[in-house]
Design a binder for this molecule. Structure first.
Ligand SMILES: NC(=O)c1ccc[n+]([C@@H]2O[C@H](COP(=O)([O-])OP(=O)(O)OC[C@H]3O[C@@H](n4cnc5c(N)ncnc54)[C@H](OP(=O)(O)O)[C@@H]3O)[C@@H](O)[C@H]2O)c1
Length: 274
């Protein structure tokens, strides 16, 4: 007997859904936005640089309906404006992707406290505040069969201490571990409101954030992955579509590494039979 609920279209289609992707103008946010659009969602993207955000939305328009809502998620006024603009345009929000993020590298001795604060504010505080402020719109989309979704972008560097040495990214690793724990905490808080909350913990993907390290350490990075390479756009889009669609409706509170096994690479032992 066939079961139509297992149709691939039913499992993964996002037709009729509305999504917001912060930091959608480039890198991982752009990959995710494209994936959600191609699965049928209407996607709003946000980033601080207004023109770049509009240009990205225009370019993404070839895959579906994409709208730019420029703003700084770490600034309370700008964040409020973003929420108001979204609420004026949409009565509900099915998918929130908290992707905007920043990093800072400096030596241990000279690592500025102001930089530590900034990384925590963008990567963690803003993620909490935006999710809290958009919860009413998410609740408006949520049904028992098909919960609303929050997808937080963490990092494999919140799972392990980075294998690329000499970077001094203390605030970044700490913030990403906090993102993972916040994800679990919010999953508990929002589960009864029929909203799932999950985190993706990417390994290395090509983006402006990784340009510099790719230039200098590409071989080391690839060598640290069990698959010997960095991630591809389709692999980031794929996990986001899974978490957004019917197939992912029963997954909540999970932190999913998408890192080619990099985060466990130094946890395995090779035992040779002599
Ligand atoms: N690429 C990787 O290998 C990798 C690995 C693990 C995790 N991640 C995570 O993935 C996310 C995206 O990173 P990425 O590599 O794609 O970096 P990216 O190329 O630098 O993109 C960052 C995006 O976020 C936006 N953004 C930054 N600060 C913002 C703010 N305060 N308010 C609104 N938008 C802001 C940027 O646009 P504006 O500059 O115009 O604001 C841009 O669209 C981050 O959370 C990062 O930590 C990346």
């Amino acid at each position: 007997m066939s079961d139509s609920s297992l149709d691939i279209q039913h499992l993964f289609s996002l037709e009729g859904k509305v999504a917001l992707v912060t930091g959608g103008s480039r890198g991982i946010g752009y990959m995710i936005s494209q994936g959600l659009l191609q699965a049928g969602a209407r996607v709003y993207i946000s980033a601080r640089k207004a023109q770049a955000c509009k240009d990205a939305a225009a370019e993404l328009g070839q895959y579906g309906e994409c709208v730019a809502l420029p703003g700084d998620v770490s600034d309370p006024d700008s964040r409020r404006q973003l929420c108001e603009q979204l609420a004026a345009a949409e009565p509900r929000l099915d998918i929130l992707v908290n992707n905007a993020g920043t990093a800072w590298g400096a030596d241990y001795e000279s690592f500025p406290e102001s930089a530590f604060d900034k990384v925590m504010r963008v990567n963690v505080t803003a993620m909490f505040a935006l999710t809290r402020d958009l919860t009413p719109l998410l609740e408006a989309a949520a049904t028992p069969e098909d919960p609303a979704r929050v997808i937080n972008i963490g990092s494999m560097e919140g799972l392990h201490i980075p294998t690329v040495h000499g970077m001094g990214n203390y605030a970044y690793t700490t913030s990403k571990a906090a993102v993972h724990h916040l994800t679990r905490h919010l999953a508990v808080e929002l589960g009864r409101r029929r909203i799932t909350v999950n985190a993706i913990a990417p390994g290395f993907f090509p983006s402006r954030m990784t340009d510099h390290v790719f230039e200098n350490r590409r071989q080391e990075i690839e060598g640290n992955s069990l698959l010997g390479r960095v991630g591809k756009a389709e692999e980031m889009a794929g996990i986001a579509v899974y978490l957004s669609g019917r197939a992912g409706a029963y997954t909540s509170g999970a932190v999913i590494p998408v890192d080619g096994g990099t985060s466990i690479n130094h946890q395995h032992a090779v035992i040779t039979d002599t």
